[in-house]
Ligand binder design. Sequence first.
Ligand code: PMP
Length: 360
Amino acid sequence: MTRVHNFSAGPAALPQPVLEKAQSQLLDIAGTGRSIMEMSHRSALYSEVDHQAKVRLRDLLGLGSEFEIMFLQGGASSQFMMLPMNFLEEEHTAGYLDTGRWSAKAITEARRFGQVDVLFSSEDDAYRRVPEAGTFEVDPQWTYLHYTSNNTVAGTQFPYEPHAGEVPLACDASSDLLSRAITPDTYGLIYAGAQKNVGPAGVTIVIIRRDFLERSRVSGEIPTILRYRTHAEKIFNTPPVFNVYMVGLVLEWLQEQGGVAHFEELSHRKAGLIYEEIDRDGFYEGAVEAGSRSLMNVTFRLADRALEERFLEEASEEKLMGLKGHRSVGGVRASLYNAVPLASAEALAQFMRSFREQYG
Ligand code: PMP
């Protein structure tokens, strides 16, 4: 068996020890003679799996008891709709920062339910930047301010948490949750599809502050399963049990490795290695503005575009996989989520150097 250097943008690399533990428990978990997939989601064992995952997430992010955690389905894309469905009415307004393909989709869904103020957009600049801190004005009347902390496609990331005063922040953290510390109290809601930094595809983590939840609409028009209140109270229906179990294992591994502080530092080192190669001379070109660079998705082009295909081909011969940029951007995208080891970033940096020597 050969595991590759996996730079996939998502579904993405999982920590090998997590996969091994899941493998070892696949036929028999905790002496039950079956896998976690083969028992009731109301069983004591599954309840413990669900509970432990939430305890670990609270610990890792420093979430107090004022936050509820839910493991939902439908991907982060469902949250684009569920958030405004639960909080916006026609006469309400929410602020949105349009920093990428995914923010734009969130805005489209929000407009179905209420008023949307787009206070920043870098669409005309191919989403090559996020706004600088303090350059946008927050209206205290807004129901929430939505932003995408890391823009997976273009490869940008907010280097700060937007300041919204009394207005709760709603954050799509799909591609950087648990890679750096957050200030929980500024958030009303945080959501993330698990398949990048936290586990396999099929479960969406939603964290909601209780006083924000209490402001959600109590409208009979919202289908039961799409109300946050439904899921905050209890496990409402059959959850994606295996995915939640896997998320729990990843969270356990994150804790063992040293938690968010460790991964924050590691992310700087891994991304730093690649950006160093990009900035060495004009052979490679960063795809986004320097002040907006993502530590999770490093995007770049080769100055000689004709060489890009060869770069990707030769990289895959070296077992450096998943590097092709998103079809809307092209070029190269190296995703460096928590489960991507430093050794993989080093291997990619080394490859970039030798490719430059050969073709530069
Ligand atoms: N938001 C961001 C930042 C993403 O990167 C993605 C997926 N790549 C999504 C939302 C959509 O997630 P899902 O496919 O889970 O609906």
